[in-house]
Structure formats: structure tokens, C-alpha cells
Design a protein around this ligand. Structure first.
Ligand code: ATP
Ligand code: MG
Length: 501
């Protein structure tokens, strides 16, 4: 008998049906992958299991008995914990205060037992291999630590079911493998996990069974052992998605940007490279390679110790993102979850705010232009949205990401840096985004892609820079290299630093 079973669940938002007669069975000690394109209904289904949303019809059974859950508290009482897709931490509270928010430990006299809460926080974080001061303020932490607080909150309660809605988007490979070890331990002790991710490699590595949603309908369910990634992708998207590389006739143009001797102690050292018109260059490496920090410094998000930047041969000084934008450099930040989506604004306003929203507006935009931009990207990137003036919070997580990417595809920069462009985006839409990036390069823009996924870099970039501990350890031409060579350079066991053409 399934431990949890959701039967014939229906759900609509404002007369639009997003779940149709959906069934989901979860066994004890099973890791179950919930898969589907952006907007397929994964988070909505889990919000129903988590007591956040009410189904219009259908029944949930726990251990064979029907249950009613009208609040998240009801779901928690049944032993279900929910790690949400969006970060739910309170910046102005300390780490331990976030952990125990709403379930504080008190002593007999009713006073808060701070020491006990700190100790429990330390214990649970150490199970994840994270050392964090329980008294630190959450606003001072990086995104991956915030994500770990989310995960730890679920571990604090002795849950029998943990729902993980894309827990790894903000984590490095090393952190992901820690999480997987912990998931395996939990599973062995009988805990069941529902795992949502767009990374099929992760799914294959950690999950036992899967359920695929497509447009709110069940498209398939079964054991992962019997499926290959292609057939699952096909279930998700409804068609085959080609895996080939993007190649194009490319004559490198004039130099657009030159970086000389960029250094910041402890983060990156002696970085030199040049980007030409119409070039797509990729930067890759493992956690701690410094690539995100390097480009944040280049864009004026953080300080550097030394280094010069030339755009079209002229030296530019960048101490603030505004300076970079004025010089024609744009950056799509890595942690879009946190930094790029403005939840209080409509879809179209998120799309048409130029640069990074709070910096500056790109002149006056008419409603007609807004609608046109919305319509174009809605079609091209398959953004699942109906009303351009609806709040962006009504979009699924991945569709919010697409809006942010679309905004940057629209921006008039000569050099566009994409940090982790396809994080949280489904396989079908990934291809659309790649295609868009290639067409920007064909229009003469210079593109820099930062990604930890070597296959993604190989698919897109003519020139590949591999970083290791803050240094460029390889400059490679795509046609003369392969994934294993990139890995060797990323782990520091090989160097290939002759210049590339
Ligand atoms: N509060 C809401 N109001 C209106 N529509 C909503 C709301 N929440 C979700 N939707 C819609 O329901 C559909 C399913 O969204 P859901 O968030 O479940 O997708 P998802 O499968 O989790 O996608 P992703 O991979 O992008 O996170 C989408 O079309 C979305 O726009
Ligand atoms: Mg979702």
C-alpha cells in the first residue's frame, strides 16, 4: 500500500484548470521524482499536499485513510515537511530564529530557550556539512546558505515525508552531493521524499520512481530504472528534444572587451581575456573557481584589488553596475530567485524594466510596446502566462525565470554575461533560450556564459575558459576539446593556457 496517495486531484486558478484528475502514489522510504515542464503543475500539486492550497476535488490518503488538510499546519501534523521552490527565510532574523519560527523551544517558565535552539540548529546544519553561526543574521548569508536553512527547517521536524521543490538550484556540486548523501540516509530510515528538479542527471542518480506532469495531466509514472532520459524528456515535452551542438558560420569580429590582470585576493587572480564581436565564450569550473565573483567584479557588483577593463579599446572604470551598463555590459545574475524577480510587479513590468530594475529605466515605454514585447517572448520562450498585467507571483518558478531572461535578451548591451542561464528551466525551453543567445551573437553581440555544466558550455560556446581556484587554467577551442579534458582542467590536474583564436 502506498504511504501517501493523492487521487483524482483537480485544481483551477480563476477558471483556468491547472491540474486534471492527477494521481500520485508515494511509498515508504521512496524517493519519487516529480517531473514536468515549467508551468506543468508540480508546485501546485505539492502546495496541495503541503496544505498551502485546497484542491477543487480529489482525495489525499495517508496510510490508507483519507485526510483533510486546510492549513500547512495540518500537513505538518501528518508528518509532511515542505521545502519550497522560493526561499522562505526572513532576512532580519538570525539563523536559529528562522529555524524555529513558529515552533520556538521554551523552558518550563515559558521563556525562550535560546541555547537549546542554537544547539539544535548547529546539529542539524552539521548533518548537512554546513558550518554556520546560528546567531548570524540571514541577510548576511549567501543564497546557498539560505537554501540550507530551508532544508534544515524540514529536517528539524521528524518528518515522514519531505517535499523538495527544486532544492539544488542555488547549490554547488559539492553541496548537492552532501544533500544526496543525506537524502539516502533519510530514505534508509524510512523517510519518503518527493523530489522536483529539471536536472535529469540528478533524478537518475537519486530517485527510485517518477511521475511526469504535462499541462496538468499525468503523462506517465513508473520506475526510473526502466527509463532512459530521452523517453522521460519526451513524456515531459511531448516531442523529442535534440541534443546536438549549436554550430554556426562565425567570423570573429573586432575586439569588444578586454580584461587585463583582474585580481581580488582569495577570489581570483591574474585574469586576462578578450571577447570579440559576435563571439560566444564560456566560463566553467567547479565550486570555488571564482567565476561568478570575477564577473560580479567586472560588472561593478563587488570590489576588485586590481585590473583594467577596456571596451572597444577604451579604458573604462566600473565601480557600480550603472557604469558597466553605460559601457554596454549587461549581466544576468546567478541568483535570479533572490535578485532579479520583483515579486510586487506585474509580468510585463518585470519584462520591460531595463537593466536591474532599481538602477534605471530605459526611457518611456508605451503600453502597446509592453504588450508587444510580452507577446513576442511569450511565444518564443513558451512562457505560460495569460495576462501580461497579472502579478509575476502568479507564474510558476521557471516561467518567472524566463521573464528575467527575456528582459535581458531585450537589453541593448554589446556584451551580455549570463550566469547560469538555464537554472530552473525545463529541457524544451532551454533549447529556445540557447537559440536566442545564438541569434544575439549573430546580430554581433558578444556573449559570455557562465555555467558549471560542461555539456552546456560545449553546446553553446566557441571558446571555453576553465577556471580553477580563481585562475584561468585552460583556454580551449570547442572543436579541439571534450568534456573529460574540461574536467581535468577544472580539477586543477591539467593546464592549457596558450591563447586561443
Ligand atoms: N497563484 C496563482 N494564480 C494564478 N495562476 C497560478 C498561481 N499559481 C500557479 N498558477 C499557474 O498554474 C500553473 C502551474 O504552475 P506551477 O507553479 O504548479 O508549475 P510548475 O510545474 O511548478 O513549474 P516550474 O517548473 O516552472 O516551477 C501555471 O500556469 C501557473 O501560472
Ligand atoms: Mg514550480
Amino acid at each position: 500500500m502506498a504511504f501517501i496517495s493523492m487521487e483524482t486531484i483537480d485544481k483551477s486558478f480563476h477558471q483556468v484548470k491547472v491540474l486534471h484528475q492527477v494521481n500520485l502514489d508515494l511509498g515508504e522510504g521512496e524517493i519519487h521524482a516529480l517531473l514536468g515542464e515549467n508551468g506543468a503543475g508540480k508546485s501546485t500539486l505539492m502546495n496541495i499536499l503541503g496544505g498551502v492550497l485546497q484542491p477543487d476535488s480529489g482525495t489525499i490518503y495517508v496510510n490508507g485513510a483519507p485526510v483533510s488538510m486546510t492549513t500547512p499546519g495540518d500537513s505538518q501534523k501528518l508528518g509532511i515537511s515542505f521545502i519550497h521552490q522560493e526561499l522562505n527565510v526572513v532576512s532580519d532574523l538570525r539563523v536559529y530564529e528562522n529555524m524555529f519560527l513558529g515552533s520556538e523551544i521554551r523552558n518550563k517558565a515559558g521563556f525562550l530557550n535560546v541555547e537549546a535552539m542554537k544547539q539544535k540548529t548547529r546539529d542539524v546544519l552539521s548533518r548537512l556539512g554546513v558550518s554556520l553561526d546560528p546567531s548570524a543574521y540571514v541577510r548576511d548569508l549567501g543564497t546557498s546558505h539560505k537554501q540550507f536553512i530551508e532544508i534544515s527547517k524540514a529536517l528539524l521536524r521528524d518528518s515522514s515525508v519531505i517535499i523538495m521543490d527544486e532544492p539544488t538550484t542555488a547549490l554547488s556540486e559539492h553541496e548537492i552531493s552532501r544533500l544526496f548523501e543525506l537524502m539516502t540516509t533519510l530514505k534508509e530510515s524510512g523517510v519518503s521524499i518527493i523530489y522536483i528538479s529539471h536536472k535529469l542527471k540528478e533524478i537518475k542518480a537519486i530517485c527510485d520512481r517518477y511521475t511526469v506532469l504535462r499541462d496538468g495531466f499525468i503523462a506517465g509514472t513508473g520506475s526510473l530504472e526502466e527509463e532512459d532520459p530521452e523517453s522521460i524528456t519526451k513524456m515531459m515535452v511531448g516531442r523529442s528534444v535534440s541534443q546536438e551542438r549549436f554550430t554556426r558560420e562565425h567570423v570573429p569580429g573586432d575586439e569588444v572587451m578586454r580584461v587585463e590582470d583582474f585580481s581580488k585576493t582569495g577570489l581570483f587572480q591574474g585574469i586576462d581575456f578578450t571577447i570579440r564581436e559576435g563571439e560566444i565564450a564560456g566560463f566553467t569550473g567547479l565550486a570555488g573557481d571564482g567565476r561568478t565573483e570575477l564577473f560580479e567584479a567586472l560588472f561593478g557588483f563587488r570590489k576588485k584589488d586590481s585590473g583594467s577593463l577596456y571596451v572597444h579599446g577604451k579604458k573604462v572604470v566600473v565601480n557600480h553596475p550603472n557604469h558597466a551598463l553605460r559601457a554596454g555590459i549587461g549581466l544576468v545574475p546567478r541568483d535570479r530567485k533572490e535578485n532579479a524577480v520583483i515579486q510586487d510587479l506585474s509580468i510585463v513590468h518585470n519584462l520591460t524594466l531595463s537593466s536591474l530594475g532599481h538602477f534605471e529605466k530605459n526611457g518611456f515605454i508605451t503600453k502597446k510596446q509592453e504588450r508587444k514585447a510580452f507577446q513576442r517572448y511569450k511565444n518564443e520562450l513558451n512562457i505560460k502566462a495569460r495576462d501580461p498585467y497579472a502579478s509575476i507571483a502568479t507564474l510558476s518558478g521557471g516561467n518567472q525565470q524566463k521573464v528575467v531572461i527575456a528582459k535581458w535578451l531585450e537589453v541593448n548591451a554589446d556584451v551580455i554575461i549570463f550566469d547560469n542561464p538555464t537554472q530552473g528551466i525545463d529541457v524544451g525551453a532551454k533549447r529556445e533560450i540557447y537559440q536566442h543567445i545564438v541569434s544575439l551573437a549573430e546580430q554581433g553581440k558578444s556573449i559570455i556564459i557562465l555555467s558549471s555544466e560542461a555539456p552546456e558550455i560545449l553546446k553553446m560556446c566557441e571558446h571555453i575558459y576553465v577556471m580553477y581556484k580563481g585562475e584561468i587554467t585552460a583556454r580551449l577551442n570547442r572543436d579541439e576539446t571534450a568534456e573529460d579534458e574540461i574536467m581535468a582542467c577544472a580539477t586543477g590536474s591539467k593546464r592549457m593556457v596558450e591563447s586561443i583564436g
